[in-house]
Design a protein. Structure first.
Length: 542
């Protein structure tokens, strides 16, 4: 017997309809490429998303055609989030930090029909347009009078002229909720980039679960600053969860430096911010240098790479901001776990609480996890046994776009490439990425643990641990360190700093001081590049 409830498809268009009706006055504030601050409401997002929808229909695009963006976090990008997916086309967010060769490869692979771009990315578009035959329309996300006269890009139109000519009336179509809504290519540390293709259903369920109190806890009383880019995994789903809850949204545009982010948080009374550790590192540096304090920020979700304990302490102890450590992947939409405490943790000592907060957290409802050994045998949730982490759930990929790389699943589970422990309470902790773990004398050393200790030293701005070939131990860890400006620490002082903080055999054999650690398109340390830089390095006793 079937239930007798109405069967309404879970569609992204319903989010903006809801936000318009129930939170029409809710604000969206954006720092623009031009540098000024733009502000308007959900009502206006809804009106202009419908104009986007009419404009796309006017281009005679088919259902599921891809509309690409090269854009910062901002209001026009938000309108495309709803306008493109709402009509049944697929929003393809391109990562502007990639090389033009990679971008044109990705555009051709996705067979994008339209490319909408912020003016900061005009040089990229000029570099790639001759190599992207599938793109029929180029839209510059600017006012009509800002359109460059001789851009050399055929048929270039301005976004404002494009949508300005359209009616604001539009009836969003209803279709199968399993239809594709957006896509994002993984950074492709190995082989060609591969695309995760999200559906309306997966996006809606992810937005619902992400907004829950023990996940990101979003409400109409929140002012949310997604520093995490809208071009990478849909800014962790925040634009959707914000529309679902009516939260005020604040977009940083291109200004990601510590000063600009701090000013935006204070100026707009941000209560909740989300970003990768490297962004917060810059902001904390700016605050510490100027003796600044937050007046409204309550919590920040930090993920994308491991959050160093020193950062959790700084936010918590110096500024009274709760850190929610979170873990996920492009292939997971991306939310997998969030570290929110349970009642029993509240009475713990600060040191014990810190040990919990350092973990990547509990599975969000909808995400199932397991850890397995080298033979695929499931390991216990005891907080000690570590193994390959596998996941499954309704917003985790079943295959890559166009079947690239064959089936990624093992018995229905997606192997994350991360090595982790899970404790009896269900808190997962990433030990390492399987390719970064250091194998020393048959034991594993977590590069994250080695980095975290170095990051706690007051003279260290950034630290990356990699394994170096060793004749006896197979591999030994070394730590590459960027010093804070105006601070100093010697190799021996830093090695001595590890004494008593970790097992002797896990202390790095050497310290290499570098000017910068290579970062990838999404702000993560690129250890492959670091290894290339240090290819002539020899361990002291090798
Ligand atoms: P890519 O695979 O392109 O680097 P993703 O953004 O999908 O891009 O990265 C997912 C990976 O990032 C995870 O598999 C994990 O290794 C790492 N990661 C994400 N969040 C965390 C975290 N909180 N702690 C440690 N590693 C993390």
């Amino acid at each position: 017997m079937l239930g007798l409830m109405q069967s309404q498809q879970l569609l992204i268009s319903t989010l903006i309809e809801f936000a318009e009706r129930h939170h029409g006055e809710g604000e969206i504030v954006s720092r623009r490429v031009e540098g000024d601050i733009h502000r308007y409401t959900y009502k206006e997002v809804a009106v202009r998303s419908r104009q986007v929808a009419n404009a796309l229909d006017g281009m005679k695009l088919q259902f599921s055609d891809r509309v690409a963006t090269l854009a910062w976090n901002g209001y026009r990008h938000l309108e495309l989030y709803f306008g493109v997916s709402g009509t049944g086309r697929v929003l393809h967010t391109l990562n502007p930090r990639l090389h033009p060769d990679q971008i044109s490869w990705i555009v051709n692979h996705a067979e994008d029909s339209v490319l909408c771009f912020d003016m900061s990315f005009l040089p990229i578009v000029k570099a790639v347009h001759g190599r992207c035959p599938t793109i029929k329309h180029y839209v510059a996300m600017c006012d009509a009078d800002k359109l460059p006269v001789d851009s050399g890009i055929p048929g270039l139109i301005s976004y404002e002229a494009w949508i300005g000519a359209q009616s604001s009336e539009y009836k969003w179509p209803s279709f199968d909720e399993n239809s594709a809504s957006s896509m994002c290519y993984t950074s492709g540390t190995t082989g060609n980039p591969k695309a995760a293709l999200y559906s309306h259903r997966s996006t809606m369920l992810h937005a619902l679960a992400g907004a829950l109190p023990d996940a990101l806890s979003m409400s109409a009383r929140d002012t949310v600053l997604p520093v995490v880019p809208m071009f990478h995994v849909n800014a962790w789903g925040l634009p959707y969860s914000a529309a679902m809850t009516g939260a005020k949204l604040v977009f940083p545009g291109p200004a990601m430096d510590g000063k600009s982010i701090f000013e935006l948080i204070e100026g707009e009374k941000v209560s909740f911010a989300a970003g990768v550790p490297t962004v917060w590192q810059m902001m904390l540096g700016h605050m510490q240098a100027g003796g600044l304090r937050f007046s409204t920020l309550k919590r920040t979700v930090i993920g994308g790479s491991a959050c160093p304990p020193a950062m959790i302490t700084a936010f918590n102890d110096l500024y009274g901001v709760e850190v929610l450590h979170a873990w996920g992947m492009t292939e997971m939409s991306p939310l997998g776990t969030v570290c929110t405490l349970k009642n029993k943790h509240l009475t713990m000592s600060p040191q014990e609480k810190m040990l919990v907060r350092l973990k990547q957290g509990r599975g969000v409802f909808g995400v199932d996890m397991k850890i397995v050994d080298g033979d695929g045998k499931e390991l216990p949730w005891d907080g000690k046994s570590y193994g390959d982490l596998l996941v499954k759930g309704p917003w985790i990929i079943s295959a890559y776009f166009k079947g690239e790389g064959g089936s990624p699943l093992v018995d229905g589970w997606f192997p994350t490439g991360d090595v982790a422990t899970i404790d009896a309470e269900g808190y997962m902790q990433i030990t390492d990425r399987s390719k970064d773990v250091i194998k020393s004398g048959g034991e594993w050393i977590s590069s994250i643990d080695v980095e975290n200790i170095a990051m706690a030293h007051p003279a260290v701005a950034m630290a990356a641990c990699i394994g170096m070939k060793h004749p006896k131990w197979d591999e030994r860890p070394i730590i590459a360190v960027v010093k804070k400006p105006g601070s100093d620490v010697s190799r021996d002082e830093l090695i001595a700093f590890y004494e008593g903080k970790t097992a002797k055999w896990q202390i790095p054999d050497d310290v290499v001081f570098v000017d910068a650690i290579p970062l990838g398109g999404t702000g993560k340390m690129q250890k492959t590049k670091l290894r290339e830089l240090l290819k002539d390095y020899k361990l002291p006793d090798a």
